[in-house]
Design a protein around this ligand. Structure first.
Ligand SMILES: O=P(O)(O)OC[C@H]1O[C@H](O)[C@H](O)[C@@H](O)[C@@H]1O
Length: 444
């Protein structure tokens, strides 16, 4: 099970950092368990690893097999919570180079997560001459970026295969009842998967939203869910040795002391998109009412040669949460060089993981000496079970954290501001007055 080592932060924290928060954590725990706190109608993810829809789960695995057998590529169209979880898990468990590897599963391309013309053209170019399928994912079914991309890939499929076969290659993951995508899927007869009402986008990776692309990549869904279920059991037990309680309390205590940024630190390049997923989870859950830690991320040791300077000596605004996998999947031994021109023979015969371990230990002490508290999240290895645990650990801790901060951890009202302006500037019907006002401000 995930463990939290707070020993490199306690020097910065008052003695009662945890005890002074246990009552509120107990209350937050109840709110999450019963859905009785702010945003409680979006706590469907809390028991999801146990109560998930088994029939749909089986169908996801069936469809994944079909896609594996009839497609060389899968285009996953989605943004935010309808994108980051699948990419995080595929990169963490397979590789950021997944598409380049020799494998018997399709390449996976992520589209509709921005409005870059060039990125879109590139994916079209990469799939158009190959057999491909599309999984379009949008809980609301109305988000502009994926809707635009889906139009394009739908047309591409229809031109390539004809309408009938195109329909068989499109899978829609959306709300059970409402939204434009649901309407389209019903009228076209696409196979659909459901984003449950009580699960918000950023908590949806263990629903069909994440699971279908993850299964297509050949990842064992059972083990992923087992890991999450084990974390669910462990973290629901109240107490000061509960790592989610510790993490939520420590980050809240550090925030109270004036820390404003939490940097999630990974030492695996494969972890990069997991950190992106984590940033949405914490950023949208906590960043509101003028409050919240700013979630940032770095990849060490690479970023020790760029961001390391700031972390060591810049504004003392941050603390680090280091995710440490105890074991590498493979091993590599540093070779001996008879000439020793680089002076590295003192490392000959040592595993690279030993060097990485010392880099991690040295960095931790240096950053603590520089005034940066470090929380260390200990995970076993990059396998399905552990990643399931990690997902649930961060989700559950996030719910607790939001309640400690006294915000609603399950809404994101601020995201609408840019959307309204964009719709107005694009001339969407109904936004005429705002359009004129915004154009005047922009000087047109
Ligand atoms: O799944 P969708 O409804 O398309 O939403 C995709 C994403 O965009 C929204 O603007 C929200 O800020 C995110 O929380 C959400 O995950």
């Amino acid at each position: 099970m995930i463990q939290l080592d707070v020993s490199n932060a306690t020097g910065f924290l008052p003695e009662d950092w945890l005890t002074s928060r246990t009552e509120r954590l107990e209350q937050a725990r109840g709110w999450l368990e019963n859905g009785s706190g702010a945003g409680g109608s979006f706590t469907g993810w809390v028991h999801l690893p146990r109560d998930y829809d088994k029939e749909e789960f089986a169908r996801i695995r069936c469809v994944a097999k079909k896609i594996q057998s009839d497609s060389q590529a899968l285009v996953v169209v989605g943004i935010g919570g309808s994108y980051l979880g699948a990419r995080a898990v595929i990169e963490l468990l397979k590789s950021p180079n997944y598409n380049l590897k020799k494998k018997d599963t399709p390449d996976i391309f992520f589209a509709g997560n921005g409005l870059s013309t060039d990125a879109l053209l590139e994916i079209i170019d990469l799939v158009k001459d190959r057999d491909f399928s599309v999984n379009v994912i949008s809980k609301s079914g109305t988000t502009t970026e994926p809707a635009v991309a889906f139009r394009i890939f739908k047309n591409l499929l229809e031109e390539k295969y004809g309408k009938e076969e195109a329909r068989r290659r499109i899978y829609a993951t959306t709300d059970a009842h409402k939204g434009a995508l649901k309407g389209l899927a019903d009228s076209e007869g696409y196979e659909t998967f459901v984003v449950p009402d009580a699960v918000g986008g950023r908590y949806s990776v263990l629903t069909a939203v994440g699971l279908l692309p993850i299964a297509v990549a050949g990842i064992d869904l059972e083990k992923l869910m087992e890991g999450a279920a084990q974390a669910m059991e462990a973290l629901s037990v109240p107490g000061m040795d509960n790592p989610a309680w510790q993490y939520a309390a420590a980050r809240h205590a550090l925030y109270t002391l004036g820390k404003r940024t939490e940097i999630l630190v990974g030492y695996e390049p494969a972890f990069r998109f997991f950190a992106e997923w984590w940033k949405q989870l914490y950023g949208e859950s906590e960043g509101k009412d003028g409050k919240g830690l700013f979630p940032a991320s770095v990849e060490f040791t690479a970023d020790l040669h760029s961001m390391g300077q700031y972390i060591q000596q810049g504004e003392r605004l941050m603390f680090e949460s280091v995710v440490r996998f105890a074991e590498s999947l493979g091993s590599f031994t540093i070779p001996h060089d008879p000439d020793n021109v680089d002076g590295l023979n003192f490392l000959s015969g040592k595993p690279l993981s030993f060097v990485a371990e010392q880099a991690m230990r040295g960095t931790l002490l240096a950053h603590v000496d520089g005034g940066v508290p470090n929380l260390v999240i200990q995970a076993a290895r990059r396998d399905e079970h552990t990643v399931g645990e990690l997902i649930y650990f961060f989700e559950y801790s996030c719910g607790l954290s939001g309640y400690l901060l006294e915000v609603n951890p399950f809404d994101q009202p601020g995201v609408e501001a840019y959307k309204k302006n964009m719709y107005a500037l694009l001339g969407k019907p109904g936004y005429e007055a705002q359009k004129a006002e915004l154009e005047a401000r922009l000087g047109h």
